[in-house]
Design a binder for this molecule. Sequence first.
Ligand code: ATP
Ligand code: MG
Length: 466
Amino acid sequence: MIPLSLAQIARVTGGQLCHGDPDAVVSGEVVIDSRRAGPGGLFAAVAGERSDGHDFAAAAVAAGAAAVLATRPVTVPSVLVADVPAALAALARSVVDALPAVRIAGITGSSGKTSTKDLAAQLVERLGPTIAPAGSYNNEFGHPLTVLRADAATRYLVLELSARGIGHIAYLCRVAPPRYGVVLNVGHAHAGEFGGLDQVARAKGELAEALPADGVAILNADDPRVLAMAGRTEARIVTFSSAPVSDAPVRAVDIRLDDLGRPSFILLTPEGSAPVTLRLHGAHNVPNALAAAALARELGMDLDGIADGLGAAVARSRWRMEVHQRPDGVTVINDAYNANPESVRAAIDALAHLAQGGRAFAILGHMAELGGTSRASHEDIGEYAARIGDSGLAGLIAVGEEAAPLLDGARRVRSWTGEALAAPDGAAALELLANRLKPSDVVLVKASRAAHLEGVAAALEGEAGQ
Ligand SMILES: Nc1ncnc2c1ncn2[C@@H]1O[C@H](COP(=O)(O)OP(=O)(O)OP(=O)(O)O)[C@@H](O)[C@H]1O
Ligand SMILES: [Mg+2]
């Protein structure tokens, strides 16, 4: 963070300084978790459902924080504001304005933001000091807190922008105005809250609208709703495509997957072509890699650097397509981070690929926030799973009542010979699987975040060889 005095913080946030020296300087990290408060930092007290950050104000200062951002009086040096997220946003914007040389990229889409952000960050870091959020730090808290990490040495910000409604992305773009905007796809994630795909497209397109005339909109040519955003921006358009035939300037052709589902392809750009092999699993990471490549190219990286960087990039965020091979020959795909119809289909495709020659099992929890289409979406996914390969899944285990329509969908497939199994919770799912698994079987574990199936995946991974 660039050093700011408490007086400056009060001015920028429109807050009131209490118990503090106006010239005291915040130079450390801004945090909302008091346990992470450190020397010279700023602790933003947030009242949550379970605990209230204000109760930890003194502890944060004892741990070295220079001051606290608070909405009610505390006994330590503090800046009192009406609204903490708004104050963080104002602070972040002032930092961005003070660092005009920093080039800002925003990445949005329904699926793959974190995967793409992690790939893009690993490329852009090769060009210069880069700040990118950890994991999915992409909302009204995580976004400004990430931006606030920037300082005079920073050259690039690679940001993940999420939306649960109209106006959210426009807001994040005001906090840190991007010159480069990447839109990956428009899918059903949070579609229930949005009220349909057209509304999702409207929301994601706010990124394109926020870009300046000298900016660049990097759009997925394979998604018509994304491509249509070209009409909503003043920025120059650069498209990417993994379709066999396309006029997009950044493309992947000759896409192949190895035995563990890791894609390799020829990266085509106007400057030439280069072979790329990803360390990430799943064909859906090809468009993510192309988006990252198109961004790095706009930032001045040459083709060899991009191909090399993509080949070296690792999965930085947990529980997204982690493939774990147990000594007993069972393969576990831990994709438990989150789930929506598109990402479950992508994961089932990867499962089908990995299970060639073996049997496929899927432990699936429910997909949240799909609104009125929820039941039908679960049935469709169940049907999709039952149709993979020659004989479909050997077993589909639906965890929890809300996931049960997956089984109804699978049973619609008359030719399917696999088992449809209902498990009330993760432990029951593990039990059902335990006496069925054989060497060379492949198991996918996936559900919405709220289901916390990562514990199930971890248990399966830990069983290796026991
Ligand atoms: N391009 C893609 N198309 C479909 N599914 C994808 C794509 N990229 C990643 N996924 C899958 O979607 C899930 C979420 O991936 P990731 O965390 O990268 O997305 P996200 O957009 O950041 O999600 P969130 O909205 O939860 O932050 C994972 O299961 C991942 O395997
Ligand atoms: Mg994310």
